[in-house]
Design a protein around this ligand. Structure first.
Ligand SMILES: NC(=O)c1ccc[n+]([C@@H]2O[C@H](COP(=O)([O-])OP(=O)(O)OC[C@H]3O[C@@H](n4cnc5c(N)ncnc54)[C@H](O)[C@@H]3O)[C@@H](O)[C@H]2O)c1
Length: 295
């Protein structure tokens, strides 16, 4: 089997390469170079918004895993056109390049951001889509392009909607990095862990290696044209998360509560039962193990 990964220099893309290169032929593309020595010869500089470049990397490819994206919610608000260009037009360009090169299947990495403020938890895949940011809108729109492209032009797909995932490979210098990366950075710097609001808001956290494992299952499965949550199914409050970080941290720091973030979602927990049923997916890493791996 030959697979192509877009966004291969990113957090999820790099774990996918680690996993897939063991038993498959694999090629990665990204607009920035990889930081991983083992991936140097596998990752090529290419922009998903240029289908004429992409086709040259899709020769004899059976499955494309499309991870490349503008990933920042804040940037999507500051530059909605740029977000749309990468996340929607970039996805359509990939779909067209796949069709032209006879790729059989595309796994699209979407996001739980498509749901917006939950009207019920846990969020199952039939929950209404009401994104609260342009990032969520562009991911939701790209999902529609994937589905309509498949219906009209014939290309098998799987849509995977990860909830909050984390790992040591997330960019710690990015001011918009996830809450676990931020808390770990605060603890390592000997600064108080700062929680916005009362900390009782819940999130569904998954280590990036578990996301990668599920995406690999989606790539190889005989199941097709399905949309699946990728989550633990467990809600963790931000207060519990801060305690987990302190359990693993070499530095013991204070926990500080500051004003709540405007428009913050109160509870976001996914329902993992569809992925469990269709892909036999079970996350392997507990939150404590995942947090410990960050130090
Ligand atoms: N990190 C999370 O918690 C999370 C949650 C839900 C969904 N997702 C989705 O998962 C996917 C991977 O996220 P990640 O955390 O690994 O992000 P990341 O930023 O580490 O990786 C994304 C990669 O895409 C590349 N890229 C951006 N624009 C490109 C372009 N035009 N052409 C080629 N490459 C381009 C970037 O250079 C980067 O290496 C994204 O689609 C993201 O929307 C992430």
């Amino acid at each position: 089997m030959k697979l192509a990964i877009t966004g291969a220099s990113g957090q999820l893309g790099s774990y996918l390469l680690d996993e897939l290169m063991k038993d498959n032929e694999v090629v990665g593309v990204d607009i920035r170079p990889t930081e991983h020595e083992a991936h140097r010869n596998l990752v090529h500089r290419a922009d998903v918004r240029t289908p004429w470049t992409m086709t040259s990397w899709l020769k004899d490819v059976d499955v494309v895993v499309h991870c490349a994206a503008q990933v920042s919610v804040v940037n999507s608000i500051l530059d909605p056109l740029g977000d749309l260009d990468t996340n929607v037009r970039g996805t359509l360009c990939m779909l067209q390049a796949c069709k032209e090169m006879g790729v059989g299947r595309l796994v699209y990495i979407s996001s739980a951001a498509v749901y917006g403020n939950p009207v019920r938890v846990p969020l199952d895949e039939s929950h209404p889509k009401r994104p609260m940011s342009f990032y969520g809108s562009s991911k939701a729109s790209a999902e529609d392009y994937v589905r309509v492209f498949s219906d009209t032009k014939g290309l098998d797909y799987m849509i995977v909607r990860p909830f909050n995932f984390f790992s040591k490979r997330a960019d710690p210098t990015n001011p918009y990095s996830g809450v676990i990366t931020k808390f770990v950075q605060m603890a390592l710097a000997g600064k108080p862990i700062t929680i916005e609001g009362d900390g009782e808001q819940t999130r569904d956290f998954l280590h990036a290696t578990d996301v990668s494992a599920m995406v690999c299952k989606a790539a190889f499965s005989s199941v097709k044209n399905e949309t699946l949550n990728c989550c633990s199914g467990k809600g963790t409050s931000i207060n519990e998360l801060a305690k987990a970080v302190l359990r693993a941290s070499p530095n013991q720091v204070d926990i500080l509560h500051v004003a709540p973030r405007l428009g913050d979602i109160r509870h976001s927990v996914g329902d993992v039962s569809k992925a469990r049923k269709l892909l036999d997916f079970e996350p392997k890493m507990s939150l404590d193990q995942g947090v410990a791996s960050m130090f």
